[in-house]
Design a protein around this ligand. Structure first.
Ligand code: FE2
Ligand code: FE2
Length: 272
C-alpha cells in the first residue's frame, strides 16, 4: 500500500496570480510531499480563458494537469494547443467536436501509479446546456475503471446542491472530487461514507481584495445599475487556495483531505 498526495489549486484569476502560483507550487509540493498537482486555470488569462504562455508557465512550475470550466473557450487562440496538449483539460461533457480533452490518464512521477483526472461542468445556473455530468461521469468511469483505481475529478459547478448530489452519486467510485468555479473556498471538506474525498469548492488563486477576483467597484456597478460593465481584474494582494487529498493506492479511496489557504485573511481587528 502507498499513499499519493494530490494538490489541487482553485481557479487562477489573472496573470499576476499565475506568477504567484508558479512561485509557490515548488515549495508547496516539497513542504507537503505532493506527488501530483492539478490547477484550475480557466480565468488565468486576463480573468477569462487561458493562453499558451500560461499553460507552459504552469506546467514548467510543476502543475501536472491544468483543468478548466465555462471560461475554457473564451480565448480561441488556445484551441490549437488545447487540441494536442493532453495535460490541458476542459470540461468533458461539452458536445462532441469541441476542441480539447475532458480527461486524461497520467503517470505519477517517481511512482508505479497512474491517475485519471476528469474535468466536468455542472448544469445549474449556466446558460448553455451541455450533457448531464452525472451520466457523463458514469459512462466514462465504465470505460476507464480498469486502467487505474486513482480517479480525481474537478467538478466545475455553481450550485452547492448539484455539487453535493454529484459527489454522493460517485461516492466510492472515484478517489476524490474537488469543486471549482465559485472562487470561494467552502468549509465542508470530508471523506464521504464510501470513501471519496470531497470539497464543494477549493477556492481561488487571485487578488483577495476583490469580488471573486474582479475589480470591486466594477462589480458593484454591475449590480447597482443592472447593466454589463467592462470586465476588470482586481489588483493587489494575492492569495492561494486549494486542497490536498491523500489517496490510498490499494483501494483508490481517500485517506484525508485538507484545505489550504494563504496568506491568512483578516477575521478580527486584532489579527494584524
Ligand atoms: Fe472561475
Ligand atoms: Fe467557471
Amino acid at each position: 500500500m502507498a499513499d499519493i498526495r494530490i494538490l489541487m489549486l482553485g481557479d487562477i484569476v489573472g496573470e499576476e496570480a499565475v506568477e504567484f502560483v508558479c512561485k509557490h507550487i515548488p515549495e508547496l509540493k516539497k513542504q507537503e510531499d505532493i506527488q501530483f498537482c492539478v490547477v484550475n486555470a480557466e480565468n488565468s488569462h486576463q480573468g477569462r480563458g487561458i493562453n499558451d504562455v500560461i499553460v507552459h508557465q504552469l506546467l514548467n512550475a510543476g502543475a501536472d494537469v491544468i483543468t478548466g470550466g465555462d471560461h475554457s473557450f473564451d480565448k480561441h487562440l488556445i484551441f490549437p494547443l488545447m487540441e494536442k496538449e493532453k495535460r490541458l483539460l476542459r470540461p468533458y461533457n461539452y458536445p462532441e467536436g469541441v476542441p480539447g480533452f475532458g480527461y486524461g490518464i497520467y503517470e505519477i512521477k517517481n511512482t508505479p501509479f497512474q491517475i485519471a483526472v476528469i474535468n466536468l461542468r455542472g448544469l445549474t445556473f449556466f446558460s448553455n446546456p451541455i450533457s448531464c455530468p452525472f451520466r457523463a461521469a458514469e459512462k466514462l468511469l465504465m470505460e476507464i475503471k480498469d486502467q487505474t483505481s486513482l480517479i480525481f475529478i474537478d467538478f466545475h459547478s455553481e450550485a452547492t446542491a448539484e455539487k453535493w448530489s454529484f459527489a454522493r452519486f460517485l461516492d466510492g467510485k472515484v478517489s476524490a472530487i474537488g469543486g471549482t468555479h465559485t472562487h470561494v473556498q467552502t468549509a465542508d471538506e470530508q471523506i464521504l461514507p464510501y470513501g471519496t474525498g470531497y470539497i464543494t469548492d477549493v477556492g481561488f488563486c487571485g487578488p483577495y481584495h476583490s469580488v471573486i477576483g474582479m475589480d470591486t467597484q466594477t462589480s458593484i456597478q454591475r449590480f447597482l445599475y443592472q447593466t454589463p460593465q467592462k470586465y476588470k481584474l482586481a489588483e493587489g494582494d494575492l492569495c492561494l487556495q486549494g486542497a490536498i487529498f491523500e489517496l490510498d493506492t490499494d483501494t483508490g479511496l481517500c485517506f484525508s483531505i485538507k484545505r489550504i489557504q494563504f496568506p491568512k485573511f483578516k477575521t478580527s481587528i486584532l489579527d494584524f
